[in-house]
Design a protein. Sequence first.
Length: 332
Amino acid sequence: MNKGYSFGSLRRGLKALCLAGLMLASANASAAWPDKPITMVVSYGAGGSVDYIARLLAPRLSERLGQEIVVKNVGGAAGSIGAMQVAKSAPDGYTLMLGSGSEVAIAWAVNPDLKYNGLKDLAAIALVGTSPMVIVGNKGVAAGNLDALLDYARANPGALSLATSGVGTPQHLLLEYINRRAKTDILHVPYRSAGSILSDVMGGRVDLSILTLTTALTQLEGGKLQSYALTGKQRMDVLSGTPVLEENAALKGADFSLWFGLLAPGGTSKDIIERLNREVNAILEEPAIQKSLKEQGLDAGGGTSAAFAEFIKKDSEKYQQIIKSANIVVRS
């Protein structure tokens, strides 16, 4: 036997050869992608904000990729059922998700029974849009603005109630944040779904809620609700008289905007991720798309996939602090 030869070197050589083969196969697969229809999962039922954005984005993305994109609604458990389905899918670029912060940044952190981690098992592709929520109340609430509302809540612990679409949702966590930072005691009333919240607030069965702008705007403009604060970074023209949360000294730095973005199963090829990122960014530059998003109270997103991943990480860390401090746990 040659002195320079060993079984160890043979194993290393075979391992390197296999690795090179896998890399070549992956590169060839990425180059051929997409060569069949793509499924875009929406983790909620039809008709909501996430579904609207997916159905706005999918046709344009389909045209740019040259393949059909089928939007598939997989609702349930505040978005976590659809998110888990995507997280467990093959990372081949043929299963995508139009997701939101609830199922990507929060659900797995508040529910230890879930079998996925939004930061590890989902790959960020592109931020599609952001939207503030708005804190609203019925006309019977004895406070005309945000400062007066918080003063009243501090002076009357437990007297005010606020409805959300469930424990561990972004709205619930925002309420916990406000109660702790502003030293209020506003009662949380979790609903099983958002469907009856609006009518119950207007009907006086509950005092307050935190709603999407599109849900609340018609009733605000019609004078059936009063607005107290937007949850984003800046005021909006459509509600120019409504402050943002951080204009109150106790809530300085608060930013609880909703966000929506395109994601894939963790481990999806970087080439596929970057191709999708380029296409989504190009679509978001289109005036018609920007107009459609604006009509839904959304600001167009964009940016790199790495920037979106960092955005999700920071958003999750913000909510995890609230979850831990308030000891919030949801069980499946």
